[in-house]
Design a protein around this ligand. Structure first.
Ligand code: ADP
Ligand code: MG
Length: 284
């Protein structure tokens, strides 16, 4: 298997600067491989260690124990730090903290300019990146006039312009309305399918996990479940135990079963759900 990221027995401890002996283990002895070209969603309630893990995936945080390899490069190696950051781009929750210029295209050009690329190449990358996120016609706009979803797409374009192998998105939809959320999920899905960019999406919204290749559930700094969306969401009790919701379709099928209607629970989309209920009623 071709892995873009490998974590081997990784732990991360936050140390309190004043009291050196007090450390908090946010990620604990975690091993994980992310396959190149895959779409992974990470779920977990607040404080489960998702953001700490995310920051270790592109070398922003170095593990206090264990190793993180990005395309075979250990993130602890200082000489290759820039290379690792270029291979794995990060998108955060608040788009306003990620946009710096007053013109959209200047913002997207910022990364490539820092790489010292020539102006023709920068122009090409800016245009390509804005097209890839569906924001090309806004290239001369002012970011603060745009919606949250549009701003977040500009932040993604800024990362794409560096031609990363992998994008890590840490709750990129948390501050967006449903329309903005759908824009981001569609954009990221397209970048994965059409450009082959590996995606790791951290989210609170269960419906964003439905089309992922893989869903990972974190709790207290460890992975407690790892599988396809259907495998994960059928464990309704387990998800509720760790403070997570399940998709509404799963909730419905689960409630029907509890009420004596033995419909299959291993489906997710509204269409499939309607189909299994229709089948059940027909067989009755
Ligand atoms: P999540 O993203 O899942 O909400 P985080 O990775 O942000 O989780 O946090 C995991 C745990 O680490 C939490 O208990 C949090 O309080 C703690 N933590 C996060 N950042 C710091 C920090 N800078 N200093 C000390 N503890 C921290
Ligand atoms: Mg977080």
């Amino acid at each position: 298997m071709d892995n873009i990221i490998e974590l081997k027995n990784v732990s991360y401890e936050y140390s309190n600067a004043d009291e050196e002996d007090i450390a908090y283990t946010a990620v604990s002895n975690l091993s994980l491989n992310i396959e190149r070209g895959s779409f992974t969603v990470i779920l977990g309630h607040n404080g489960s260690g998702k953001s700490t893990l995310a920051k270790m995936l592109n070398g922003l945080y170095k593990p206090t124990k264990g190793d993180v390899l990005v395309d075979g490069i250990n993130t602890k190696t200082e000489e290759t730090e820039i290379e690792v950051k270029r291979k794995v781009g990060m998108v955060f929750q608040n788009p306003d903290n990620q946009l710096i210029s007053s013109i959209v295209e200047e913002d997207v050009a910022f990364g490539p300019e820092n790489l010292g690329l020539d102006p023709k190449e920068i122009r090409k990358r800016v245009d390509e990146s804005l097209k890839a996120v569906g924001m090309y016609e806004f290239k001369n706009s002012t970011p603060h006039h745009l919606s949250g979803g549009q701003k977040q797409r500009i932040a993604i374009a800024g990362m794409i312009a560096l031609r990363p192998d992998c994008l890590i998105l840490d709750e990129p939809t948390a501050m967006l309305d449903p329309k903005g959320r759908a824009e981001i999920v569609d954009t990221v899905m397209k970048l994965n399918k059409e450009k082959g960019i590996t995606v790791v999406l951290i989210t609170h919204y269960m419906e964003e996990a439905e089309n992922a290749d893989r869903v990972i559930v974190m709790n207290d700094g460890v992975i407690i479940a790892d599988g396809t969306p259907k495998e994960i969401f059928k464990n309704v009790e387990m998800l509720k135990d760790v403070g997570l919701d399940v998709p509404q379709t799963t909730e419905l099928l689960y409630a029907l079963n509890k009420n004596g209607m033995a419909v299959p629970t291993n489906v997710l989309s509204v269409e499939e759900t309607a189909q299994v209920i229709a089948n059940y009623l027909e067989e009755k």
